[in-house]
Write a protein that binds this ligand. Structure first.
Ligand SMILES: Nc1ncnc2c1ncn2[C@@H]1O[C@H](COP(=O)(O)OP(=O)(O)OP(=O)(O)O)[C@@H](O)[C@H]1O
Ligand SMILES: [Mg+2]
Length: 222
């Protein structure tokens, strides 16, 4: 069963000098529990595709189906509910809120989802243990290493038990060994049944995916 399906999507960005085709007629399906890695040169449209699949942006033509629902016909509130409840996002630069501790960063999406305080606390403790950071709960992001920040970001992304984890260069800021720790967490997420779609230049991370696709100038090539 597909979690998300891009059907012949094209994304044009209108610019003064003429439209830029970031994606041209791209089709990609990610099944429940599947682990897919996307690679390709800078500017080939990887992040643009993640934004469409993550229901953040919409295609100029073609369709995005998220859990069998056509994203184009949903209201902005419905799309934002999907992003909050069904998709977890992980970025190269972590994007933790700097004034909040690790624990508070992980609690935030649960609070937005309306979870009760006791449930949030229990879930957050479980997630901190899951990513191996139970002893860093009260650290601010500035008091964490890059690899620790990324593991907190992954815990935050998993907070509402999404069907799909979307990650854009999650090891891009990390050294090899720290990147491996993040890859290990992704392996566990996959083993636990969450689908993963990851954009990465890191061959060691891509090698762990169950399927690898390559992009070139706005198209999928394999
Ligand atoms: N908001 C935008 N407005 C105009 N052009 C854009 C916009 N976003 C992306 N583009 C263009 O679309 C193309 C694809 O961009 P995208 O960010 O998807 O590439 P990428 O594969 O993620 O690259 P990288 O590996 O460097 O992150 C690029 O040529 C980029 O300049
Ligand atoms: Mg990108």
């Amino acid at each position: 069963m597909p979690v998300v399906e891009a059907r012949r999507v094209t994304r044009l960005f209108p610019m003064a000098a003429g439209p830029i085709a970031a994606l041209r007629d791209v089709s990609l399906r990610v099944d429940a529990g599947e682990y897919v890695a996307i690679s390709g040169p800078s500017g080939c449209g990887k992040s643009t595709l993640l934004h469409l699949v993550g229901c953040v942006d919409q295609p100029t033509s073609g369709e995005i189906l998220f859990e069998d629902r056509d994203v184009a016909v949903l209201s902005e509130a419905e799309r934002s509910r999907i992003r909050l409840m069904r998709i977890g996002f992980v970025f190269q630069r972590f994007f933790l809120l700097p004034m909040l501790t690790a624990r508070e960063n992980i609690e935030l999406p649960q609070a937005e989802a309306g979870a009760a305080a006791a449930d949030r606390r229990a879930r957050t403790r479980e997630l901190l243990e899951y990513v191996g950071l139970a002893d860093r709960a009260d650290h601010l992001p500035s008091q964490l290493s890059g690899g620790e920040m990324q593991r907190v970001a992954i815990a935050r992304a998993l907070a509402n038990r999404p069907a799909l984890l979307v990650a854009d260069e999650p090891t891009g800021e990390l050294d090899e060994q720290t990147g491996e720790q993040v890859a290990d967490v992704f392996d566990r997420v996959h083993a636990d049944g969450t689908a993963i779609l990851v954009v990465t230049h890191n061959p060691a991370l891509a090698a762990r995916a169950s399927r690898r696709v390559t992009m070139k100038s706005g198209s999928l090539v394999s």
